[in-house]
Design a protein around this ligand. Structure first.
Ligand SMILES: [Zn+2]
Ligand SMILES: [Zn+2]
Length: 350
């Protein structure tokens, strides 16, 4: 098959890779129709770390990508919910598929839980085919229910936005700040209003992203023009009760606690680097509740699917660009540059 393969930082190649095989009786093979690039894919691209995994030129090669949709073409004998021909989307990560956590649909509690396409232990779906372990709880049928774009967002970006914004304890009438306006932050802005926020401050250095947040009703601020001071000024010195960090950039992480009101909640979903630290003094003396973590995608679907189906979540213009799989290297390059108003990139596989 053809796939995008990680060869090292800034070295993603379109090339021939061995076809995936069923790795367990409860796995399935998916023929990918579309995939997308996630902000967290850029950590590999930059040669940063994801958790304990460091990405360098000597890293083993693997197929990238954890956001993909397509058609089931083969199932193991223990897959009961899906059959060949089904149109599906996949959660961005899964587990071994065999332990108690995996079998009850909570793969993040699995000891070998991982995202697709961040290392050789679970090949990614920026490829023509991908193996899905634990298919019954990792896949979701899409048949006629969603657009391809909505389906792609339900693999990770929208679910992570939901996970992060709800864990910032948004209250009806409350004040929210979203730091980092990639797709997850922008969807976070939309969800904050759905959850009842009266005022949402949206912070990002890229003007086109701030413009999108403004269209969603947020007050957009540039971190290079003292956004923290402006939030404090506009909240009579209080700060935001709920702060959602959606970028993982060191500057964004550092801005969160100074922005958070006394007794407020700060929720982190951006992938941090080892040097990123929070001030214990601020957590302690401002009584800030701090949450961080990786979204368990499947747990958010019962909340998000009805909202998407009813048109309550619109995610307007989230996919700014489209590429072919063979142009994957260019897609990564553009996504990394943030040029041309790029927000999110869809990649057509077939
Ligand atoms: Zn992602
Ligand atoms: Zn497991």
């Amino acid at each position: 098959m053809k796939a995008l393969v990680f060869h090292g930082p800034r070295d993603i190649r379109y090339e021939t890779y061995p076809d995936p095989e069923l790795r367990s009786p409860n796995s399935a093979i998916l023929k990918v129709s579309k995939c997308s690039i996630c902000g967290s894919d850029l950590h590999m691209y930059h040669g940063d770390t994801i958790g304990k995994t460091e990405y360098g030129a000597d890293s083993p090669t693997f197929c990238t990508g954890h956001e993909f949709i397509g058609e089931v073409v083969e199932t193991g004998r223990d897959v009961h919910t899906f059959k060949a021909g089904d149109q599906v989307l996949s959660a961005g990560g899964t587990g071994c598929g065999q332990c108690a956590a995996c079998l009850t649909g909570k793969p993040l509690k699995c000891r070998v839980s991982t995202a697709f396409g961040i290392g050789p232990s679970l090949q990614g779906g920026q490829a023509e085919y991908v193996c899905i372990p634990n298919a019954d709880t990792t896949l979701l049928a899409t048949e006629g229910a969603f657009s391809d774009e909505q389906a792609l967002l339900l693999t990770d970006a929208m679910t992570t936005a939901y996970f992060g914004i709800t864990r910032s304890d948004v209250q009806p009438g409350g004040t929210v700040a979203v730091v980092g306006l990639g797709p997850i932050g922008l969807i976070g802005v939309e969800l904050a209003f759905i959850l009842g926020a009266s005022e949402v401050f949206a912070i990002d250095p890229v003007k086109s992203r701030r413009d999108m947040a403004e269209k969603l009703g947020a007050i957009a601020l540039d971190p290079n023009e003292d956004a923290v001071a402006k939030v404090l000024e506009q909240t009579q010195g209080a700060g935001a009760q709920s702060v959602f960090e959606a970028s993982g950039a060191s500057g964004a992480i550092a801005a969160v606690l100074p922005l958070t009101a006394r007794g407020g909640t700060a929720s982190f979903i951006g992938i941090p680097q080892p040097q990123d630290m929070l001030s214990m003094q601020l957590i302690m003396f401002k009584n800030i509740t701090v949450r961080g973590g990786i979204c368990q995608v499947q747990e958010t679907w019962p909340h998000l699917v009805p909202l998407v189906r009813q048109g309550r979540i619109k995610t307007p213009d989230m996919f700014s660009h489209s590429f072919k799989l063979s142009e994957g290297a260019d897609a990564y390059k553009l996504f990394d540059s943030r040029d041309e108003g790029v927000i999110k990139i869809a990649i057509e596989v077939d």
